[in-house]
Design a protein around this ligand. Structure first.
Ligand SMILES: *[C@@H]1O[C@H](CO)[C@@H](O)[C@H](O)[C@H]1NC(C)=O
Length: 305
């Protein structure tokens, strides 16, 4: 009889402690209440966004939460291109419009009159326009290149083992399918690890933007997880701590920025060509005039004779 009571009490205790576990592992700024356990975060101008803490939180919700924190003075955020059409996030954070699932809306205005179109990672992929700007659809980012610089280590890193080490670390920390880690290049001198994470075009299941964002925060020592662990691939028992990260985005469709960086060069070329043409025309004009003078002079000379 005593054993039964003890068992009953034990199960009851387990039940209670399970309810005490109403915490959000995947987002440290979330608050949770229950039962039933529901986690949420304050976003935008003070609304509550409910969260599913059993997974990584959509980047769009994360950015909204950060904007709220930034507005309220709470703590927050701060290579080479894989292909020509790849681009980086030069704008930084804004207060995004998310749909109910946490996906970015294609058009973003940051609560202002200035709008632009974003990809599925919420990164601007067009020039900025006014409120009338049209963004046909949300273009998917199917490839991200993560340029990671690791801190100095004592022993040389075996490049051949690096890909699996990085893929495993990504899978473990971000519950992300490691088979999407397609290529890892290593430059020991620069301590640079270039990681290409790529899914099939048309794949709408894997979300590269979440994984990349959580990693960015980990490397910048501002982890979003409750636990303050690091993204630290381990090669031959040696842990590689990261000190820097740069993310390139490649979308299923090329972005439509006007080529701002090219303009300097293009203008120089145009100026040179125009100067050459002007010089050529001047030479032609002078030659013509001289020829005309001769042809006018000739008849007179003949008459005089
Ligand atoms: C969005 O607006 C905030 C101010 O509310 C500003 O700090 C931030 O730089 C803006 N972001 C962009 C990308 O325009």
């Amino acid at each position: 009889m005593k054993i039964w009571i003890a068992l009953l009490l034990a199960t009851f205790a387990v039940g209670v402690s399970a309810q005490d576990q109403c915490i959000c592992d995947s987002f440290k700024w979330a608050t949770c209440d229950g039962p039933p356990c529901q986690c949420s975060v304050t976003v935008g101008t003070g609304e509550k966004q409910n969260l599913d803490c059993s997974k990584l939180i959509p980047k769009c919700f994360l950015m909204k939460a950060e904007m709220f924190r930034a507005r309220h003075g709470l703590s927050t955020r701060t290579g080479g291109k894989p292909v020509d059409t790849a681009f980086v996030d030069n704008d930084g954070i804004y207060d995004p419009d998310c749909d109910a699932t946490g996906a970015f809306r294609a058009k973003q205005c940051n609560n202002t009159e200035v709008c632009w179109c974003v990809n599925s990672a919420g990164v601007r992929r067009t020039d900025k326009g006014d409120k009338s700007l049209r963004c046909e659809k949300l273009v998917e980012t199917y490839w991200v290149r993560l340029e990671l610089k690791h801190k100095a280590v004592n022993n040389a890193v075996d490049a051949a083992k690096l890909q699996d080490a990085v893929a495993t670390a990504i899978q473990n920390r971000y519950s992300f399918d490691k088979t999407l880690v397609k290529e890892v290049q290593y430059d020991p001198k620069a301590r640079l690890i270039v990681v290409d994470v790529q899914k099939e075009k048309g794949d709408r299941k894997a979300d590269l933007s979440r994984m990349a964002y959580y990693m960015e925060k980990d490397v910048k020592v501002l982890p979003l997880f409750k636990d303050q662990a690091k993204f630290e691939p381990s090669v031959d028992g040696q842990k590689l701590e990261m000190e820097n990260i740069l993310v390139y985005y490649v979308d299923e469709e090329a972005p439509t920025f006007t080529m701002k960086r090219l303009t300097g060069g293009v203008i120089a070329v145009i100026v040179v060509v125009m100067l050459a043409v002007a010089a050529g025309l001047l030479v032609l004009f002078l030659k013509r005039r001289r020829e005309q003078r001769y042809s006018k002079a000739e008849p007179r000379e003949l008459e005089a004779m």
